[in-house]
Design a protein around this ligand. Sequence first.
Ligand SMILES: Nc1ncnc2c1ncn2[C@@H]1O[C@H](COP(=O)(O)OP(=O)(O)OP(=O)(O)O)[C@@H](O)[C@H]1O
Length: 357
Amino acid sequence: MTLLKLDVISVRNIHSATIQPSPSLNFVTGANASGKSSLLEAIFILGRARSFRTQYVKQAIGFDRTQLIVAAQHRQHQGSVASLGIQISAKQTEIRIDQENRQKADLAYLFPVQLIHPKSYRLLDAGPQNRREFLDWGIFNHNRNFLPNWRNFSKALQQRNALLKNRQLKQVPAWDRELIEYGAVVNALRKEYVQLLAPVFLDMAGHFLDTSQIELRFSAGWDEQLDLERMLVRNLDRDLRYGFTHAGPHRADFLTFHNQRLAKDYLSRGQQKLLVLALLLSQVSLLNSEARNNCCILVDDLTAELDTVNRAKLLKYLANLGCQVFITSTGLSDFGDLSTLNNYKVFHVEQGCIQQL
Ligand SMILES: Nc1ncnc2c1ncn2[C@@H]1O[C@H](COP(=O)(O)OP(=O)(O)OP(=O)(O)O)[C@@H](O)[C@H]1O
């Protein structure tokens, strides 16, 4: 899949821009505050209907504007071209695919976007919520059953927690049944996904870190010696005391080990960044191998996080991946030697105006 043409209207300081990107590498240069990240944010909004910079996507609407629009001509893996569009105002989000109103999930399935951003590097030592989101995005793309089961599980959990808080014990068993049914599916799909991801990640970690001693361990969110039902019964007193459900799939996590040691506690910061890079790219690689829509990769601020050798390694890897990639940096020289690369385009951003060089 490829964005053939991209229109961005009123996203931060980009008032109106149209670009025709390369299906392969796109380098985006410009001074600080010129609007490079805003361009990447626009593409991310098109795929995920949210921003990677702020909690509320409406904050990306340009000052003095009432709505933002990101629209694209998008070639899919069978070769057909679809028009995708998202329009966000303070009150609502509208999504169109080929002029028909659609849901966020439809857009996300059609246009998967993976982001490599200075904040992404906190994946290993940030809270487990970040790692669950990482896993769940991969599973969402891997198995269409995940989203409805995850939604039902989340609803059951929310209802159960509200009942626990208000000490309305009578209705708890009804929501327990839902929680157990959908929680079991969510847990099984996560486990299946981690099993698929682990060898791809090992391979990728080997490429970026020159080591094979890496391990990915999934933790379900409760002691799996007990099934979910028995776990809920055992924890009920404690759950009631505190007014929320202590254990379950909403507490799932994964840990990465290097030489049997927890990576976040023993690897250098640089090594941890490479490990996160390997995790993010292994998801992309898995998604691509499933031969639906190839992922679009956004790399914001390449130089901020990687040394010259690893930057060159990453660029070489990305150039051969068969994905459309957008990479920002303040100067073209940051991308190193481009003479061996084919089929790339360079865009320069100045005060929100984007020009192809
Ligand atoms: N909602 C908004 N409307 C208009 N401009 C905004 C909005 N939010 C932020 N800006 C401004 O947009 C400009 C571009 O920001 P952006 O982060 O895209 O720049 P950048 O080129 O990625 O910069 P850097 O290299 O420093 O990371 C900044 O001056 C920022 O203050």
